[in-house]
Design a protein around this ligand. Structure first.
Ligand SMILES: Cc1ncc(COP(=O)(O)O)c(C=O)c1O
Length: 422
């Protein structure tokens, strides 16, 4: 190493700004020794650093207003370099006009609903949908005077059209849908939205990831993802994002996000930036694995029905083919023997883990009728009408060897007694 390298010195030791270490006591040294690099040509970190500073040193009071007007960094709830690096990456994958990242997927959804709907407005939503979304729309929005109408998940877009009223301001869809893997035709949905004044379309495409299904190109106004799932991909963070079809929508949302405070932590942003670098190769493997497992389950005598968009038997297979690069890693399978059949399967898999959430490298399984869409949220009539049958299991296929996964499902299905399925 060159003889010109010296130990780093704090700004106080160097007397930056005229304040020297001898001007202050040891207590002040402990709180105030900042470091400003001074020597050599400037370089840039290849991986964006985690800026976990909540606040930023200003050069003058005038800079405060200038930054609010022109952009820059004052306070991390308003803007943060690590989060912005992530927003830029997500927007490029989505092909949008701007992205914003949130503390969770639900933070993204609830902030969007509060931002784009007001008292007296009406929203049309597919049912079933993710249980948290269902809860906000059904139990929280009505307290603020916002009405909803549910249409059946997997219905033709015509159904949404039938329920549009003078006060409808948003059409909301999830595709593939949690938990039953029904598909919404994005092209038709986008066209319907564009044919109406003052009505936004918003799509939660968490189950597909933006790599397999970028929705903005279909004329959708707001694309949503729970980044907790495929975007992060390693089950080690909770996060959400929204991408917009126009800069105006992005700006409107930025105001709401900064005031409601649903911003993402820069630590999670850094983990997510790492995760999305491998999104395409992970999604390809999730999809090819899931295709094999779905084909195995579909032929198994203890399985009543498999819903996977990559199977020709899926009612919207042709629509899925049109709008998804591959069919992702989520499978819904109805196990014979009702609640008991489903429970025996989920409690006896060994490689696949019994856990909620999805989209990570490890395969996970859950039983919606007793867990995510269970009695604390939905009545059995609601579940019936949404096609969440007693024996339905939701599987998130990971990156393991698909033959090992098939062996695991085989041994767990063997544990379901013949008399239960007869
Ligand atoms: C389809 C879908 N949307 C939204 C969410 C909510 O995301 P989060 O748990 O990150 O808040 C989930 C969570 O499971 C989901 O499956």
């Amino acid at each position: 190493m060159s003889k010109k390298w010296f130990p780093p010195q704090s700004d106080l030791e160097r007397g930056v700004g005229g304040l020297y270490i001898t001007d202050v006591t040891p207590e002040t040294v402990a709180t105030s020794s900042r470091f400003t690099p001074t020597s050599g040509p400037e370089t840039e970190a290849l991986v964006p650093p985690i800026f976990h500073s909540s606040t930023y040193k200003l050069k003058s009071v005038d800079d405060y207003l200038k930054i609010l007007e022109e952009g820059g960094y004052i306070y991390s709830r308003l803007s943060n370099f690590t989060c912005q690096s992530l927003q830029a990456a997500i927007n490029s994958i989505e092909g949008g006009k701007g992205s914003l990242v949130f503390s969770t997927g639900m933070a993204a959804i609830s902030t969007a609903l509060l931002c784009f709907l007001k008292s007296g407005d009406h929203i049309v939503v597919n049912n079933p949908c993710y249980s948290g979304t269902y809860d906000v729309i059904m139990n929280i929005l009505p307290r603020y005077g916002i009405e909803y109408t549910f249409v059946n998940t997997g219905c033709p877009v015509e159904e949404y059209k039938k329920h549009i009223k003078a006060n409808t301001r948003m059409l909301y869809g999830e595709t593939p849908c949690n938990p039953n893997m029904a598909i919404l035709d994005l092209e038709e949905f986008g066209k319907l939205g564009k044919s109406l004044d003052n009505v936004l379309t918003m799509v939660d495409s968490t189950f597909a990831s933006p790599y397999l299904q970028p929705v903005i190109q279909h004329g959708i106004d707001v694309s949503m993802h729970s980044c907790t799932k495929y975007m992060g991909g390693h089950s080690d963070l909770v996060a959400g994002c929204l991408t917009f079809s126009s800069v105006d929508l992005w700006k409107t949302m930025l105001h709401y996000q900064t005031s409601l405070g649903t911003t993402m932590s820069p630590h999670d942003a850094s983990l997510l930036l790492r995760g999305i670098k491998t999104l395409p190769i992970r999604m390809e493997r999730h999809s090819s694995n899931a295709q094999k497992v779905a084909e195995f389950l579909e032929k198994h005598p203890k399985v009543e029905r498999v819903s996977y968009p990559g199977l020709p038997s899926h009612p919207q297979h042709q629509v899925a083919k049109k709008q998804m690069k591959m069919f992702s890693g989520m499978i819904a399978a109805e196990i014979k023997g009702g609640v008991q059949g489903g429970k025996i399967l989920v409690e006896n898999v060994r490689l696949v883990q019994l856990a909620v959430s999805l989209g990570g490298v490890e395969s996970l399984i859950e039983h919606p009728a007793t867990m995510t869409h269970g009695p604390m949220l939905m009545t059995s009539e609601d579940r019936q009408s949404g096609g969440i049958t007693d024996g339905l299991v939701r599987i998130s296929i990971g990156l393991e060897d698909p033959d090992d996964l098939i062996k695991d499902f085989q041994q767990a299905l063997d544990k379901i007694p013949e008399n239960l399925v007869a």
